[in-house]
Design a protein around this ligand. Structure first.
Ligand code: ATP
Length: 516
């Protein structure tokens, strides 16, 4: 299946099965804003728990907070967001569509990368077993030619970004003959900077309302609480503060479903360290975070690190963790060494001393910070993309059938156990309810009595339920049920009293944590 089709199917599936809805849909929707449905919210909560527990439970020196979305406006001046949280935008005069100039150029770079990969794939097929990929990449004329174009474009792009040279960004777009995907023309406006923060007013206008911003990242809420937490928690450096919360960005180009939203959720850790040790901690967190992703079992080959070409104004090292989405490798998480920039700025703007007295060194300093920042929604999309599968199966009456299954890791699955009475009568429904009543405090269970058992399996495959149990007449005699496994579709006859421990072992987050 073409990757674009996979993506379209994912979006449709998310809607059909109550994972994600367009916001304000009955009013024709609101651009790049989404609501999570009954299954979506369960998955989202499980993702957050997986992240939170891996930070706060598993690290003795990490604690959490929940800071307000509204903050004093000077915070955003100090952090640099008022002046520098911009994206370079460009419009196509014919289609009137707006794009991010940097994204257009990145897509051009990706096209060169694709060309190289296609050459490699072709050669792989032609040479079979004897193919030496490394040698091919280093010597093949066509590959080298495209690579040279990539290198040249990349170098020019990075320089333009670092110099904040908007004219040069436009010139690159012209020289590369990049066309608008909608109009197909090269009739571009100049490139302009666009601030991504939403603003609103607090207080009544009569007594002078205060212009405040909706936070574009949760991090600043942590920095301005650094002293509170350090003092009240008697935290010793190195230590971290974790937070999960909403963030808002007025994204210029908000396509790709929940990949780029205007209202989204972040899970951020700010880890405070001794000056000079930040790059060591940066490496540690880089690996820790990659392990967290890979523990989900979506294939190591589908992840890569991407070093930043242009460092943000506050960083001295930065890397993204990218996942191979149906539309290519894209960022799901950023790890940044933010130096002492934020705390120093807040010290300056607030006039309050923000330092740490290090008893081992017998000196005070402004701590350095290593940040890990991941979007809940992008993580959600990663899980959907990684686990969605269409498979041919043989139904109970021997006919070939198709099933859509979400192979969501059991600890993250929205519903853990579905219980079906074979039929409603003869006390089977009551017995099924009894099982649910017994297990519902342990994990999310659902009762389903409608349609054939086969159809009920399909419904639960489609939302990723790892276990289904069927209650039949034999159950009434010997207290056994048929347990059916989502991934293998195998069935076992097991005693009801064994269900709890069997399922608990599989759906526990401990299964994931054991791999970290
Ligand atoms: P991008 O380059 O894709 O715009 P970014 O580098 O600006 O992302 P960060 O500021 O590092 O992103 O934010 C950290 C994380 O927050 C990202 O890795 C991503 O998972 C998430 N995120 C950022 N912007 C959005 C958005 N508009 N919608 C959904 N998630 C987002």
């Amino acid at each position: 299946m073409a990757q674009e089709d996979v993506f379209k199917k994912l979006v449709a599936h998310c809607k059909e099965y109550g994972f994600v809805f367009q916001s304000s849909e009955i009013y024709d929707g609101l651009g790049a804003v989404y609501d999570y449905g009954q299954n979506g919210v369960e998955l989202k909560n499980n993702i957050k728990k997986y992240w939170w527990d891996s930070m706060v439970l598993l690290h003795e020196n990490v604690v959490g907070i929940d800071s307000a979305i509204f903050m004093h406006p000077t915070i955003w001046k100090a952090s640099g967001h008022v002046d520098a949280f911009n994206d370079p935008l460009i419009d196509n005069k014919d289609s009137k569509k707006r794009y991010r100039a940097d994204v257009l150029i990145e897509e051009q770079l990706a096209k060169y990368e694709d060309k190289i990969e296609k050459e490699v794939e072709k050669a792989k097929k032609r040479f079979g077993e004897s193919f030496d990929e490394k040698q091919f990449r280093e010597t093949n004329g066509r590959v080298l030619e495209v690579q040279a174009k990539w290198d040249e474009l990349q170098a020019r792009f990075v320089k333009a970004l670092n110099d904040s040279n908007l004219d040069e960004l436009k010139q690159i777009i012209i020289d590369q003959e990049i066309v608008c995907p909608v109009s197909g023309t090269r009739n571009w406006t100049d490139v302009r900077q666009f601030n991504l923060m939403f603003s609103t007013e607090m207080g009544s206008t009569a007594d002078g309302a205060l212009k405040i911003y909706l936070r574009p990242e949760t991090a600043q809420g942590i920095f301005v609480n650094y002293l509170n937490v350090q003092k009240t928690g008697r935290m010793k450096i190195p230590f971290g503060i974790a937070q999960i919360g909403k963030a808002f960005r007025n994204e210029i180009v908000a396509r790709q479903f929940i990949f780029r939203m205007r209202e989204f959720e972040q899970m951020e850790l700010q880890f405070f360290v001794r000056p000079g040790s930040e790059l060591e901690w940066f490496q540690k967190w880089k690996q820790t975070r990659m392990n967290w992703h890979q523990a989900l079992g979506f294939g190591k080959e589908n992840y890569r690190f991407h070093e930043h070409d242009k460092l943000a104004h506050y960083a001295n090292a930065a890397v993204d963790i990218e996942y191979r989405f149906p539309f290519g490798f894209k960022e799901v998480e950023g790890i940044h060494s933010r130096t002492d920039f934020d705390l120093s700025q807040h010290q300056e703007y607030s006039g309050k001393k923000i330092t740490y007295f290090d008893p081992e060194l017998n000196e005070s300093y402004v701590p350095f910070v290593v940040e890990t920042s991941i979007g809940v929604d992008r993580m959600f999309l990663q899980i959907m993309a990684a686990t969605y599968a269409e498979e041919e199966v043989v139904s109970e009456d021997g006919k070939k059938d198709m099933r859509v299954v979400l192979r969501i890791p059991a600890p993250l699955a929205p519903v853990k156990l579905a219980v079906f009475p074979l039929m409603k009568k003869d006390g089977l429904a009551e017995k099924a309810r009894e099982i649910i009543d017994d297990l519902k405090f342990d994990f999310n269970c659902q009762y389903d009595e409608k349609d054939s058992i086969g159809k009920r399996y399909r419904r639960h495959d489609a939302i990723g339920t790892p276990f289904c149990v069927t209650v039949d007449h034999i159950t009434l005699e010997d207290n056994t049920v048929t347990l059916r496994y989502r991934d293998t579709m195998l069935q076992d006859r097991i005693v009801i009293s064994d269900l709890r421990s069997l399922i608990a072992g599989e759906v526990s987050m401990k299964k994931l944590f054991a791999q970290l």
